[in-house]
Design a protein around this ligand. Structure first.
Ligand code: PLP
Length: 375
C-alpha cells in the first residue's frame, strides 16, 4: 500500500467545474482585484469564524504582520510567541520591528499556557500570539485571563485551525479559533484545512476600525471611500486576489463536512495508535480540534521515518528546529526552552486527510508500531 502524507487532488476533483465557472465569470467581468468575489468570500469567512469582519490579505504571514502594525506594535516592543511554531509567526513579528520573544509550551499539549507565557514577560511586552498548532486550539480562558492581567493584546495565529472550537457550557459564540483575540489570522496556503490554489490569508476581527486599518495597510495605505491616489498610511500591496477568493469561497462551503471527516479520521487513528501504545498529540479536553495534522511522538524518529518511507508511507515533521534555535534568531535568544527542544526531536506527522480510509489508517499504525520496535 502507498499512502501519501496528504492528498489535495481528490477533494479538488469534485469542485473543479464550479471553479472553472467562477473563472469564466471573472474573465467576463474583469474584477480581478477586490470586487464581488473577494467581498463574498470575506463575508462568508467572517460568518464562519463568528466575527464581524474578515479582511483578505496575500498570505498568513502578512495577516499577522499587518495586524500588529495596525495595532501600533513595532520597534521597542516585544511579542510573546511559542518556540514550536512555523517560523512565519516569528518573522511576521520581526518584520514590524518588534522583537519576538520565544516561550516554552506544555509538555502534553505542546501549546502555550499562562505559566509558559509568564516566563517571557518584560515591561516591553505588548502582545501575545498564541498558535493553535496542529489545529488544536489554545482555549480562550487560558490566554485571555493572562493577557488581561498583564494588559496585553491577543492575536490568535489560526493558520492551522480553521473551524476549531472550544464550546463553553453557555454556548458562547466567541469560542471559535480566531474570534476570541482582538484579531485572528489565517493562512490559506494550499495544504491548510482551507487552502487556496496559490497563496492567501485573512484577518478576522470584531473591531471595525482595526479591520479598516488592516484593509488600508494591505492596499497601499488607501482608505475606503477616498480617491484611488490618496494614501493615508504607509501601506503596501498584500491583497487577496479574486481568483483565490472564488476558490476559497467554493471550498469554504465544504469545510464543515471536511472538518467532520478529519475528526472522524483522527478518532480512528487515536484508537489504532492506542492499541500499540503510541502517544498521539491530542487537543486539550473541551476543544474540538480542526485536526490540521496528526502528530505522534516517537523515539529514534529519523530511523522510524526511513522505515515508514520504505513501507510506502509519507510523513512530515512540524517542526524539526524550534524557532529560538534557528540561525535567524539564535544570536538574539539565548534561552533554553527544554519542552519545545525535546518535542522537536520526537514529533512525527503521519499521513492525514479527510477521506483517509480505515484500512489505510490501520496500515500506518501497524507499520509505525513495527518501525518503533525495530529502532
Ligand atoms: C502556524 C503558522 N503561522 C503562519 C503561517 C504562515 O502562513 P503563510 O504561509 O500563508 O504565509 C503558517 C503556514 O504556513 C503556519 O502554519
Amino acid at each position: 500500500m502507498r499512502i501519501p502524507f496528504n492528498d489535495l487532488a481528490t477533494p479538488h476533483a469534485s469542485i473543479v467545474e464550479d471553479v472553472v465557472a467562477e473563472v469564466r465569470a471573472l474573465a467576463g467581468n474583469s474584477r480581478f482585484i477586490g470586487g464581488p468575489a473577494v467581498e463574498a468570500f470575506e463575508q462568508d469567512f467572517a460568518a464562519f469564524c463568528h466575527t464581524r469582519h474578515a479582511v483578505g490579505v496575500a498570505n498568513g504571514t502578512d495577516a499577522i504582520e499587518l495586524t500588529l502594525r495596525a495595532l501600533g506594535i513595532g520597534a521597542g516592543d516585544e511579542v510573546l510567541v511559542p518556540a514550536n511554531t512555523f517560523i512565519a509567526t516569528a518573522s511576521a513579528v520581526a518584520a514590524t520591528g518588534a522583537r519576538p520573544v520565544f516561550v516554552d509550551v506544555d509538555p502534553v499539549s505542546l501549546l502555550v499556557t499562562p505559566a509558559t507565557l509568564e516566563a517571557g514577560l518584560t515591561e516591553r511586552t505588548k502582545a501575545v500570539v498564541p498558535v493553535h498548532l496542529f489545529g488544536h486550539m489554545v482555549p480562550p480562558a487560558d490566554v485571555l485571563a493572562f493577557a488581561q492581567r498583564h494588559g496585553l493584546i491577543v492575536i490568535e495565529d489560526s493558520a492551522q485551525a480553521h473551524g476549531a472550537d472550544a464550546p463553553s457550557d453557555g454556548g458562547d459564540e466567541k469560542s471559535r479559533a480566531g474570534s476570541y483575540g482582538v484579531a485572528g489570522t489565517f493562512s490559506f496556503y494550499p495544504g491548510k484545512n482551507l487552502g487556496a490554489w496559490g497563496d492567501g490569508g485573512a484577518v478576522v476581527t470584531d473591531d471595525t476600525a482595526l479591520a479598516s486599518r488592516i484593509r488600508s495597510l494591505a492596499n497601499h495605505g488607501r482608505s475606503e471611500g477616498t480617491d484611488h491616489y490618496e494614501h493615508r498610511y504607509v501601506g503596501r500591496n498584500s491583497r487577496l486576489d479574486a481568483l483565490q477568493a472564488a476558490v476559497l469561497r467554493r471550498k469554504l462551503a465544504d469545510l464543515p463536512e471536511a472538518t467532520a471527516q478529519r475528526r472522524r479520521v483522527a478518532s480512528v487513528y487515536a484508537e489504532a495508535l492506542a492499541a500499540h501504545s503510541i502517544p498521539l498529540v491530542a487537543p486539550l479536553s473541551g476543544v474540538d480540534s480542526a485536526w490540521h495534522l496528526l502528530v505522534v511522538r516517537v523515539p529514534g524518529r529519523e530511523t522510524v521515518r526511513r522505515l515508514l518511507d520504505e513501507a510506502g508511507i509519507g510523513t512530515g515533521v512540524h517542526y524539526p528546529v524550534p524557532c529560538h534555535r534557528q540561525l535567524a534568531y539564535i544570536s538574539d535568544q539565548t534561552v533554553s526552552l527544554p519542552v519545545a527542544e525535546q518535542a522537536a526531536t520526537e514529533i512525527l506527522s503521519l499521513p492525514f486527510f479527510p477521506h483517509m480510509r480505515d484500512d489505510e489508517i490501520a496500515y500506518v499504525a501497524e507499520s509505525l508500531a513495527k518501525a518503533i520496535a525495530a529502532v
